[in-house]
Unconditional design. Structure first.
Length: 307
């Protein structure tokens, strides 16, 4: 089974208008509510790609119920721990300039955390894949990420990690199957300025030395590099299209890559699908749809890098 974990999900209230004047009444032209969170984005795309999966984490209140129902509508099985608080609402204001106002989220108590870990301890096998994406919720620390990573290693489950530098580096010792920092996060991890593709590859290899088995480094408009655990290096191109909303593009790349790898164990096909999924989401209002992914796959070129 595939499992996604979102510790601090949100309902994203997306409001669009031409301009905003602070201190005055502003009326929007369009608004919508979206189930948000990196793991939730991954769950939605995995299902659209034909992979059943279970979404986990913490939900509470009327907003938590909204997210649960949205997942059910997508065909994703929600198995969240119910917390005695209201899942946060984030405001995404799209005007001449985009503004995001993200809420802090409810405090997660140790009893809630224990319940989630007990769930995974009873469920995980060597046939499973666990996607841990996003940051901690209030009340949590990097130790909780490490505990998930350690449990996956003990159970033999593949562990896919997409999070900030501190949480990512804390888990490397447990050899995650896949990590995906972008070029800016890679530079931040090593406290350097990265100015060439050769330097990207050098520092990505350093992450492998620390424990990351497969490493994708996203480069924005320059595509992405994949360093495999077998020593190959590949670079993907970027298809033509208008970027509408980059939220969820990285999540889509990770989910798309892993879904294809589960099917084929083919790194080239997996990187091609991952790149197509990421671009498709960036070119869409929400998470990529299968038909648009299929349209873009043939536009992605994969080049093997000899270093």
């Amino acid at each position: 089974m595939l499992y996604t974990i979102t510790f601090n999900p949100a309902v994203d209230l997306v409001m669009s208008t031409d301009h905003v004047t602070l201190g005055e009444l502003n009326r929007v032209q369009r608004d919508e509510y979206v189930a948000g969170g990196k793991g939730i984005n991954m769950s939605v795309l995995l299902k659209r790609l034909g992979h059943d999966n279970i979404a986990t984490g913490f939900l509470g209140g009327f907003t938590g119920e909204f997210i649960r129902q949205q997942l059910l509508t997508e065909g994703v099985q929600p198995e969240f721990v119910e917390v005695d608080a209201i899942t946060r609402i984030n405001v995404k204001l799209k005007a001449a300039e985009e503004t995001e106002i993200n809420a802090k989220g409810p405090v997660i108590h140790q009893a809630d955390i224990d319940q989630l870990f007990q769930y995974f301890d009873s469920k995980l096998t060597g046939e499973d894949v666990v996607f841990l994406a996003g940051n901690t919720a209030p009340g949590m620390t990097s130790d909780h990420y490490v505990k998930i990573a350690k449990l996956c290693k003990e159970k033999g489950a593949r562990f896919v990690l997409d999070t900030n530098k501190d949480l990512l580096t804390a888990c490397l010792a447990y050899q995650p199957f896949l990590i995906k920092p972008n070029i800016h996060e890679l530079a931040e991890i090593f406290n350097v300025e990265i100015q060439s593709h050769q330097e990207v590859i050098y520092y990505a290899r350093e992450l492998q030395q620390r424990g990351g088995r497969n490493v994708i480094i996203s480069l924005g408009g320059d595509g992405a590099f994949l360093l495999t655990e077998h020593g190959e290096i590949y670079q993907s191109s970027v298809p033509k299209g208008q970027v509408i909303n980059s939220v969820g593009a990285g999540d889509s790349m990770v989910a798309g890559f892993t879904a294809k790898y589960i099917e084929s164990q083919d790194y080239i096909a997996s990187l091609r699908q991952g790149a197509a999924c990421g671009s498709s989401t960036a070119f869409s209002i929400g998470i990529a749809q299968l038909d648009t992914v299929n349209q873009l796959v043939d536009e992605i070129k994969i080049t093997k890098i000899g270093v």
